[in-house]
Design a protein around this ligand. Structure first.
Ligand SMILES: [Mn+2]
Length: 323
């Protein structure tokens, strides 16, 4: 069993580095913290690495202050573990720590994973890397500590969109149930993760919703956020995240678009599809990227120009749809 092989490597290693991806999310951070706790219970201290800062929304988890950037910490480990990374590049500057290690393990759930380590524990059926870390902890320790369970619940809840995405499996729920058995406070975690909007963000959301425009018999919804909106509300750039979903979630809408004016007057566009239109292709037409259902592109033009070009492209895509 690959799990036994991985556990054996944990036990044999002396100095362990755990590394996750740039722009870390709940799965990245929660999985790393849980893995570090599991290793501690085995009697191993591990150093945590992430190139970028841990989002404030995750700071309620114990240990988030322990993450180092690549320049800090012991640079030579006998074991480096990449967590939630589909390839080495995802680690950014921290890939150097991985490259310098004597032995390497890759723990991930992305179907695109390229098996870049000596040992690759990759399960694309897992909805989150946290589910795989859970299996490791359970196999070795039986029951997990409350702190570990809290980190893993965060990992799984965030990567499944609160158990709503199609990636959610019966196993995701089973693991969540077992994590509840470890004494975690679901209401507290949910409040910390999802109910911490700053008033500035709510005012920005209000402005964005005011800007709503509908086209093509209400099949295309466009929201716009200008630089003025950001400045007058005091909201941060990062607080525009997820606003595009308000456009997508309108009944009858097939494509939701958010146009964000950047400081230099150009546009960052986000696209969401309810199926039918492949917004990954739409983004690619404008030099961007993403998936069928979610994508984005940077457009070197004004908001009105971007809107008119995008409307033409989406109208064409809607016309090509099998009705
Ligand atoms: Mn993940």
């Amino acid at each position: 069993m690959i799990i036994d092989i991985v556990l054996r490597e944990f036990i044999q290693a002396e100095h362990i580095a755990i590394i996750t991806h740039i722009q870390p999310d709940g799965d990245a951070v929660g999985s790393c913290l849980a893995l570090a706790e599991i290793l501690k219970e085995i009697g191993k201290d591990a150093d945590l690495f992430c190139q970028d800062r841990i989002p404030a929304s995750l700071s309620f988890l114990a240990g988030t202050d322990q993450f180092k950037s690549e320049t800090a910490g012991r640079m030579s480990y006998d074991l480096a573990i990449a967590v939630d990374c589909s390839d080495k590049e995802r680690m950014g500057a921290c890939a150097a720590v991985f490259d310098n290690a004597g032995n390497t393990i890759n723990i991930d759930h992305h179907i695109s994973n390229v098996f870049f380590a000596n040992i690759n524990l990759v399960d694309s059926n897992a909805a989150a890397t946290g589910e795989i870390i859970y299996q490791l902890g359970k196999a070795r320790l039986g029951k997990l500590s409350r702190q570990t369970a809290e980190a893993l619940y965060t990992a799984i809840s965030t990567d499944t969109g609160s158990f709503c995405f199609s990636s959610t499996t019966p196993q995701s729920y089973r693991i969540a149930a077992e994590l509840m058995d470890c004494g975690i406070d679901i209401e507290h975690i949910t409040n910390m993760l999802y109910k911490t909007n700053r008033v500035e963000r709510m005012r920005l959301l209000g402005k964005a919703l005011q800007s709503l425009e509908l086209y093509e018999n209400n099949q295309i919804a466009v929201l716009t956020i200008t630089q003025d909106d950001l400045i007058s509300t005091g909201a941060m750039e990062s607080e525009t995240e997820n606003i595009v979903n308000y456009a997508k979630d309108i009944v009858g809408v097939k494509v939701g678009i958010l146009l964000k004016e950047t400081a230099d007057g150009s546009v960052k566009a986000s696209f969401r599809s309810n199926g039918g239109v492949d917004v990954g292709k739409l983004a690619a037409q404008f030099g961007g990227g993403g998936h069928r259902a979610a994508s984005g592109a940077s457009m070197q033009m004004s908001v009105p120009e971007a809107k008119s070009e995008l409307l033409t492209a989406v109208q064409t895509a809607l016309g090509e749809m099998i009705q």
